[in-house]
Design a protein around this ligand. Structure first.
Ligand code: 3H9
Length: 697
């Protein structure tokens, strides 16, 4: 008797209820239970079988934790074929999410009913694979090729009403999945409805698959699985019969299963879930959050306020003057209008937020009742300390006092007031209502429930929150400043910013580092360079002046229309700015550097190695708790290609010993920059990987 599939007879209907929380993943026990249930129903003379899930969902897919391990019978494709081949009438009743293998089980049933809130999808491409249990063969037979390709290559979730109109569902009904499923099965039996196997349906009409393949490959920016899925759907149209199409699907599925992209994407899936699970927060209750304060209504402050308002929190926004407060309100209103345009907010809710949930203030007393306050004022220690002194004086006991600083020492800020344990860093990324990353920066004295409140706020705002320790730049910006410096070194040594940007976008980054600088504003890097030089930089640091020259001429990138690239009005992508290379050449000449040729491969290798080395220092020093915290930070805040899983997963996949060898070789020319991270040396010496560290913590 299966523990995870409960078997029950209701008259002539056998009911198979999945009980495998949290998401009824189709692990080996579930597959065995389903097979046994079908066989028993047939042996006992039932006329129909109903399959549904108990708890929050129908099957959310194959059990991803089994991937990479030896397969155990019955395999999902064989199980799906067996369900479909049953002489009984097999019905599935869907609720929650019927995803991947879950939808494939449903497609092998003869009829499908769902509650209106159910969602279906084949999201396998997001894990670096394709549907492998007949999904690429059955779905196009039901919906036609175009609709199936849309679902399979994007992995998007389709709501029940749309799935009904696509023909994937036969019926949508309000109610409990078991009850609506039983009633539907009874109705089908009473009407003598025929068994209806999708595999017996004619092959779908073909399209121009080569064109579809090229378009999907281009859109995937190097991700292979969506394009491979096109070939599998092609087999549904062109193979001799259903079985031959399935064999082709299996072949392509197995190829992807062994790929690095599959490993990277599955690492990303589990890492983004593990990142907010901190042992030190087990059993720690966050403080209640109803109303928050935001200080400063510039782009960042307005973005944070927008995110909080959209998440249903009330916001008090403090500015220096009524005019500045008014401008902040306009920014928030514009952000909210964007949400209305994207269908994320109704216009009634938009008006309600602005009229009733946003309070503008110019006096700190307005913050006396807020549960949490985030300051997003000018990045200057003296200014921040003044703000915190005022907060210390007016905020209620227990209020969380957060700074959005990107690099200042939060211990120093916390140490300047009487309640250091209430102080935490909440480092948002701009635009804060769009970017998913939130670094929760924990200072020496921060109380555990304050950290828990930071994570609770992140969750409420729909962010992916990562715990970081205090250092210049925390996790993300510290690593960024190192790999950005590596790019600058390569420019001095002979590569152009344009070659570097192209090599890195070809590698899979959303943007190259120079295009990113133009987007963020060249004045930001300029200010950082000036700050570091003023603080007394080590003479071994390789410095350059060409970017300063651009700034001195008033060129700050996209916002001024000119930076490394020239931006035509209304165009986001730019053309190389012809003034840049002469500035670089002058800089090289002044430093006596003879330019050399770089291959794209070397550019990627150096850039990635600099990133990995700094990331290993960040983990080794405890600034990031685990390698996966770094990976998630780079994935969500820095446009790192998800299919590599993050920089430290990339390092694992490429071999840590090779990474270390490169560092040692390059240190012969620049021993200061290429100092190997002690953690990297230790892992190589012990023959271990970053993933081993993830598993230990
Ligand atoms: C597939 O089906 C291949 C087949 O075509 C062919 C095979 C031959 N397996 O996300 P949550 C865990 S590929 C194992 O926090 P939510 C998850 O790790 C699969 N575990 O909840 C977490 O564990 P923990 C295609 C899984 O409500 C817990 O469940 N399917 C799986 O925010 C709760 O998850 C997919 O790609 C799984 N398949 O979202 C769907 N799924 O508590 C992947 C989840 O220890 N899953 N877990 O951290 C999802 O998209 C979301 O989990 C879902 C729920 C929308 C279902």
């Amino acid at each position: 008797m299966s523990q995870v599939i409960r078997y029950e007879r209701i008259d002539d209907i056998a009911v198979l209820a999945a009980q495998n929380p949290p998401v009824n993943a189709l692990g080996v026990d579930v597959r065995r239970g389903l097979l046994a249930g079908i066989e028993r129903a047939e042996a006992e003379g039932a006329r129909a079988v109903l399959i549904y899930g108990e708890g929050r969902t129908f099957f959310a897919g194959a059990d991803i934790r089994e991937f990479g391990k030896p397969p155990q019978d019955p395999w999902l494709p064989a199980l799906c074929d067996r369900i479909e081949a049953s002489p009984l009438l097999v019905v599935s009743a869907l609720h929650g999410t019927a995803l991947g293998g879950g939808l494939e089980v449903a497609l092998s049933c003869h009829y499908r009913i769902a509650v209106p809130s159910a969602k279906i999808g084949l999201p396998e491409v997001n894990l670096g694979i394709i549907p492998g249990a007949g999904g690429t063969q059955r779905l196009p037979r039901v919906t036609g090729v175009e609709a199936a390709l849309d679902m399979i290559t994007t992995g998007r979730h389709v709501r029940a009403p749309e799935a009904l109109s696509m023909g994937v569902l036969d019926c949508v009904k309000e109610g409990d999945p078991r009850e609506i499923g039983l009633a539907y099965a009874r109705e089908l039996l009473d009407n003598n409805a025929p068994r209806r196997a999708v595999c017996d349906m004619p092959a779908p009409a073909p399209i121009d698959f080569d064109a579809a393949y090229d378009a999907v490959l281009k859109k995937g920016r190097g991700q292979l699985s969506p394009a491979v899925a096109v070939r599998a759907v092609q087999a549904a149209c062109e193979a001799d019969d259903f079985a031959a199409g399935q064999a082709r699907e299996r072949e392509l599925f197995m190829e992807l299963m062994t790929s690095d992209q599959r490993k990277g994407l599955i690492h990303a899936f589990f890492a983004e879930r593990a990142v907010s699970k901190l042992p030190e927060l087990q059993g720690v209750e966050p403080r209640p959050l109803h109303q928050i304060g935001v200080i400063g209504g510039g782009t960042m402050g307005a973005g944070i306020a927008t995110a909080a308002l959209l998440a249903g929190l009330d916001v008090v926004l403090l500015e220096m003057s009524p005019e500045a407060a008014h401008a902040a309100r306009d920014r928030i209103a514009a952000n909210l209008s964007g949400a209305v345009k994207r269908g994320k907010l109704s216009s009634d809710a938009h008006d309600d937020i602005l009229q009733n949930r946003l309070t503008l203030a110019t006096d700190y007393d307005a913050l006396s009742h807020v549960d949490l306050v985030i300051e997003a004022v000018f990045e200057d220690m003296a200014v921040k300390k003044q703000v915190f002194a005022r907060l210390d004086a007016v905020c209620k006991d227990g209020a969380v006092l957060a700074t959005n600083t990107s690099y200042l020492d939060i211990n120093e800020i916390a140490g300047s007031i009487s309640r250091s344990s209430d102080v935490v860093g909440l480092h948002f990324f701009s635009p804060a209502h769009v970017m998913k990353l939130l670094e929760v920066v924990v200072a020496d004295q921060t109380a555990p429930e304050v950290v828990a409140t930071g994570f609770a706020l992140g969750k409420r705002l729909g962010k992916v929150s990562v715990r970081a320790g205090v250092c210049d730049g925390f996790i993300g910006n510290r690593i960024l400043s190192t790999y950005r410096a590596c790019a600058d070194h390569m420019v001095l040594d002979g590569a152009s910013p344009y070659q570097i940007d192209k090599a890195l976008t070809d590698f899979g980054f959303a943007m190259g580092p120079f295009a990113v600088s133009d987007l963020a504003g060249l004045d930001i890097g300029w200010a950082t360079r000036k700050r570091k030089r003023a603080a007394g930089q080590d003479p071994r640091v390789r410095d350059s002046s060409y970017a300063d020259k651009l700034c001195e001429a008033g060129h700050f990138g996209q916002k001024t229309g000119k930076g490394y690239y020239l931006y035509e009005k209304g165009q986001r992508a730019g053309l190389p700015n012809p003034e840049v290379m002469p500035l670089i050449e002058a800089d090289r000449a002044a430093q006596g550097l003879a330019p050399r040729v770089f291959t794209d491969e070397e550019i990627v290798r150096r850039y990635m190695t600099a990133m990995v080395n700094e990331a290993a220092k960040v983990v080794g020093e405890g600034i990031a708790r685990r390698p996966l915290d770094v990976d998630v930070t780079l994935l969500y805040g820095y446009g790192f290609p998800r299919y590599w899983g993050g920089p430290l997963k990339w390092a694992d996949l490429n071999g840590l010993a090779d990474v270390l060898t490169d560092i040692r070789n390059w240190s012969e020319d620049d021993a200061y920059f290429w100092q190997p991270a002690p953690l990297l040396e230790q892992l190589v010496a012990e023959g271990r990987s970053f993933d081993d560290l993830n598993k230990e913590n």
